[in-house]
Ligand binder design. Sequence first.
Ligand code: ADP
Length: 374
Amino acid sequence: MSKQRVGVIGGGQLAWMMGTATEKLGLELWIQTPQKDDPAVAIAHEVIFAPIDDANATEKLAQKCDIITFENEFIDLDALRNLEAKGVCFRPKLSALSPLLDKYEQRSYLHNIGIPVPKFTTLENISSFNSDFPLVVKARRHGYDGQGTFIVKTEAELTSLLQRLKDVPLMLEEYVPFEKELAIMVARSITGQVVTYPLVATYQKEQVCRWVIAPAHVPETLQIQANKIGKHLLTELDVVGIFGIEFFLTSEGELLVNEIAPRTHNSGHYTLDACDISQFEMQLRAVTKHQLGSTQLNCLGAVMINLLGYEDSYSDYAEKRNKIAQLPNTYLHWYGKKECRAGRKLGHVTVLIKDHTTDPEMIAKKIESIWYSH
Ligand code: ADP
């Protein structure tokens, strides 16, 4: 029997990390990505070299594949709708993505279905927005890794930012003085079964995720609440696939949704080493009609540390990688990107926690001290 073919729009590290699961499930992975040195080119059966938002390329991908799924949502939705109308099978289907691609529309959608979000408004309604500085200005589309998110403290800062970004569609929201940032991965099958991974704590510096601790050390009620929000959202959108949900935990103990990633997410990378079924396998299981299976940790917990670029270089950082990889219970994933730039995600490390005396934060700091040393 020939292998089921899955086409993936996007060939970055998220698609690259589908490699092992592709083999385990006996699938053939086809990728649409622009550059020959994009990470997933190394594990793809075939590659269509084209930008993510090139719908003609997606049409070619669809001619070869049974199902199209996503590792990147910076797509041309309107153009893809024509393909869906012609019978191309997108999972999740496009109507599950369409309310989420613009941050203002995403906030509005979540609010309308009763999911708590920070107070927000359009730029046009700024004068009636009842919130004090600091305020948060966000690019409505194409934001990632904090690019496109600006925390402004004064009227003067706001004016100069709006001037600088006058051609970019923006939205405005209240600054949430959160206690913690939390996140969860939620998957839904074709039959409507929903599974949720453990709620994790994420630590950001200058709006970029530095490390993730799984599970988050928070009351069980929050895990239950996060599961409920996840199930509500994915069921409401009739999602087939996996979504990441990022939360702010307020000082009153309330969960507010900051952002939905309609695909696998950095906050779920720990699942590769700490769970029997990773988030990448879960996405492929969901879209290919497999049973979803377990989301349990197979250890006490884990800490995942991003290896972010801190300079412009073409180095492969072999020495530092070796040093980190030799630490106990440590798994290093290197994405093989040729070009390093400040802030670019070059790899990540997961350390499994196997006894109660281990402090995950100390481990994260130790790995960062090796990685960021000069
Ligand atoms: P991106 O889509 O680029 O990841 P996010 O909207 O998730 O951008 O913001 C990145 C980070 O910026 C968040 O994880 C959080 O630390 C901070 N942030 C974003 N929005 C707010 C807010 N309304 N209040 C406080 N901090 C925020």
